[in-house]
Design a protein around this ligand. Sequence first.
Ligand SMILES: Cc1cc2nc3c(=O)[nH]c(=O)nc-3n(C[C@H](O)[C@H](O)[C@H](O)COP(=O)(O)OP(=O)(O)OC[C@H]3O[C@@H](n4cnc5c(N)ncnc54)[C@H](O)[C@@H]3O)c2cc1C
Length: 292
Amino acid sequence: MSDVQYAEPDNLAGVFDALERYGEEARLLAGGTGLVNLMKQRLVQPGALIGLRRIEALRGVSRQDGALRLGAMATHREVETSEVVRAAAPLLAETYRQVATVRIRNVATVGGGLAHADPSQDPPVALVVLRARVVLTSKDGTREIPIEEFFTDYYETAIAPDEVLTQVLVPPQPAQAGAVYLKFLPRTADDYATVAVAALVELAADGETCRDARIALGAVGSTVLQATAAAAALRGQRPTPEALREAAEQVRALVDPVDDYRGSAAYKRDMAVVFTRRALEQALARARDGAR
Ligand SMILES: Cc1cc2nc3c(=O)[nH]c(=O)nc-3n(C[C@H](O)[C@H](O)[C@H](O)COP(=O)(O)OP(=O)(O)OC[C@H]3O[C@@H](n4cnc5c(N)ncnc54)[C@H](O)[C@@H]3O)c2cc1C
């Protein structure tokens, strides 16, 4: 790591200049919790690091035109503890709280976490269920993409080499909906998930019919997976225990886990079904209680 150049601009124009100057050699540095580990393992060997911590425009969590705006350099801990987030999208605060340890959450950032794109990470699962949008900026302008199009493969994203992830926009949770994030951790409390599920269930005005259901899973594929068939099976139906069980069963064919030290593929497939059912049950209970 001795020959790495380091730049730390205080505005985005400086970042774009540095990206151009260092070209393919460059990597952006946010909290460093993911990138520095990869560098230590020599899986990534950048010639230049461009630090983002001095850029005010990338900071903070706020409401913007009705949506939540998470600045790319907002830390996981900021999202977890933000009253603005808890009011608009409690699922998000609940999910960020389950990432690793408080030491990691104090340093790891929203943008760095998404750009890292490890399919076992927690926040992407909830952000897919909440229909978040990712804002990518280059010196030529800004584009906004749905988060499910952002993750393209294992550790791969739609970020172009000249782009910076600048913010994430999250619509508020619907008022009649309950949502939950379940992280299955059979080993230690600060591990990555063996299987993770986020579910949102919205009830119609009659309080008995499911108006909308959304389900996403982490750690069981090369990117976060949306269980669209399972969710569609519940829309317009009465969410009876049997209906939830049948919907959850549909994720068995969707997931594509690998054998590793967190469990065999067959075990993870079974757990994906179990945790989807539990997530749907808990989201429905919250919707009925008005607990969100
Ligand atoms: C021991 C440990 C346990 C962990 N456990 C979990 C866990 O259980 N669940 C979980 O979800 N996460 C977990 N994490 C955190 C996670 O995996 C990443 O390390 C973290 O989210 C990366 O954030 P960062 O700000 O440190 O990014 P960095 O490490 O600084 O950067 C990560 C990548 O993103 C790029 N990047 C950074 N910012 C931007 C930007 N604004 N625009 C474009 N590209 C950018 C970098 O170039 C790099 O490629 C854990 C981390 C550690 C070290």
